[in-house]
Design a binder for this molecule. Sequence first.
Ligand code: BDR
Ligand code: CA
Length: 308
Amino acid sequence: MATPKIILDCDPGHDDAVAILLAARQCDVLAITTVSGNAPLEMTTANALLMCQLAGLDLPVHAGADRPLLVPAAHAPRAHGATGLDGPPRPDVHLEAASNDAVDVIINTARAHDDVWLVPVGPLTNVALAIRQAPDIVERVAGISLMGGAVGPGNVTPTAEFNIWADPHAAQIVFATGAPLVRMAGLNLTHQLCVGPSETAALRAQGGIVPEFVAGLFDFYLAGYRERAGLDAAPMHDPCAVLAVTHPELFTFGARHVEVETSGDVTRGMTVADERPGTDATPNCEVAYSIDAATALELIVDAIRSYG
Ligand code: BDR
Ligand code: CA
């Protein structure tokens, strides 16, 4: 398979940071775009730039939406700290964003290249704005491989996952694009791919700026999952959306019709997948149900270690 061309739309975020490192090794990353999510836009943009700086990646980072379409902005300091990348000592960031026009960059890149994958791993605001402004890009892109939602329990509420809950109206626009163009790595999938103390120790043992920084990120991230959920390992949510493009053979998918609850008092942000046997609902999404976690984990750890 040719190296896939992608735009990584992210809100770093510990697992977003790993997704950047993985994507840069496995894909032709045409742009990194940032969105308000785990932390305010200013921080998620600085964090994307920081990862590029540490890893020596010459990739354009474009800042995007600083708030969701309709609901107030919400962040995830419990999972990612106030900076969005709490944990290891934070170096000064010297790189600068290439622009504040993430939405235009998504549109222009999708129009200029054949078969670009959009890989959103934060709230879907930028992608929804791009689709609303330029519906033609839906036909231009190879697909949208997103981390978000859940077929099963949520994380921010009993029924909703953070990225969808944070901007449910944007998510609904993306899921409504039609065609099984959307690939969804939700919590039911991402909780199968976890890092734990042994991956952290292996990175630290190797040494080097990037592995040590990521080991520090994992310490913080793992401590949070231990405290909040009693887990000894923590899901690598966002790299799953990258791997669903680069290594789809590691996954099983099911074609489903998925709707996003935009306004329910207790179900806002829920991704409602029609799993009724014999349903005649037209699928609009390939839902990822399982992953070869051992192989996926190896790809992720190898990518981090490759930066030395
Ligand atoms: C998603 O929310 C964020 O906290 C993570 O970066 C991931 O994209 C998981 O619910
Ligand atoms: Ca994210």
